[in-house]
Design a protein around this ligand. Sequence first.
Ligand code: PLP
Length: 338
Amino acid sequence: MLIDFRSDTVTKPSAGMLEAMATAKVGDDVFGEDPTINELEQLVASFFGMEAAIFCPSGTMTNQIAIKCHTQPGDEVICDESSHVYQYEGGGIAFNSSASVKLLKGDRGRITAEQVKSSINRDDNHKARTSLVSLENTSNLGGGSCYNFEEIKKIKTVCLQNNLALHLDGARIWNALVAKNETPKQYGEVFNSISVCLSKGLGCPVGSLLVGEKGFIKKARRIRKVFGGGMRQAGFIAAAGIYAIQNNFQRLKVDHLHATQISEALKSKYFIKEILPAETNIIIFEMNDKMTAADFVSKFKEQDILCFEIAPGKVRLILHLDITKKMVEKTIEIISKL
Ligand SMILES: Cc1ncc(COP(=O)(O)O)c(C=O)c1O
């Protein structure tokens, strides 16, 4: 039994999902003629109470399209220093949008309205024009931490007062919605654009959507084409998305429970220096000098359990729908013997 905690992107489509994919009605989406993609885009837009959505191959593409649409070359984007848009998108903000970045030191990936306010550049020819704030919820490097929605509202107020757009990298917004008992419409009301991934907690093989106002999505469609993301009969993969939203969303609380159980087992171990609170499906912990992260990873590997060192001395485990209760029990048993 291989137990793969490396990412929630390692899931394989279930029989039900494959059936939905195989029977999907499709057409050429570049012509706007794929009925399944149209259905998915409408479904996700109305889920957030927003006007429109666009289906893309990846969360990197939806984030990068959003940043391109919200900025002009030479503008500045405010985000947390651990943000995926900055750390893991290949320098895409500079490459695609010729924009600079103001990095803030948040609390487990979460920045505050006060921090945003004090990092907006004054209107001065020497300074880059601040035009966008990008938040990540849940925060990946923050260990699946969730924003307090009150803080998001305060950030929105600062954005409105300073004419800034507000983007959400909601690759794992599904986990935040379930964990915090929030509604997607709350998010649709405050963000100018939201990127969501189907290929993480929801278990699809591929796919992300960018959601926003009609005019914004029209612009996004043009940028997607320029980025080479125009797809044809991609209704086969959109069908997986519809299936996932209907079947795999509410079950995320099982992943959260499993994360809490494993985190509890790790907490008191002699090799743990610090473990971040397991708020959703991600566990990140730092090793002390009694065991290196590389040793921990290889001890797990000997037992057919996969994970990796996400940063020097830090290990990340991610729960997902292909991790069963039995696998969690086996993992806890192995941890107890370490
Ligand atoms: C927070 C966050 N945003 C965006 C992405 C990018 O998604 P993709 O791998 O589909 O490009 C990821 C991927 O893991 C992520 O964790």
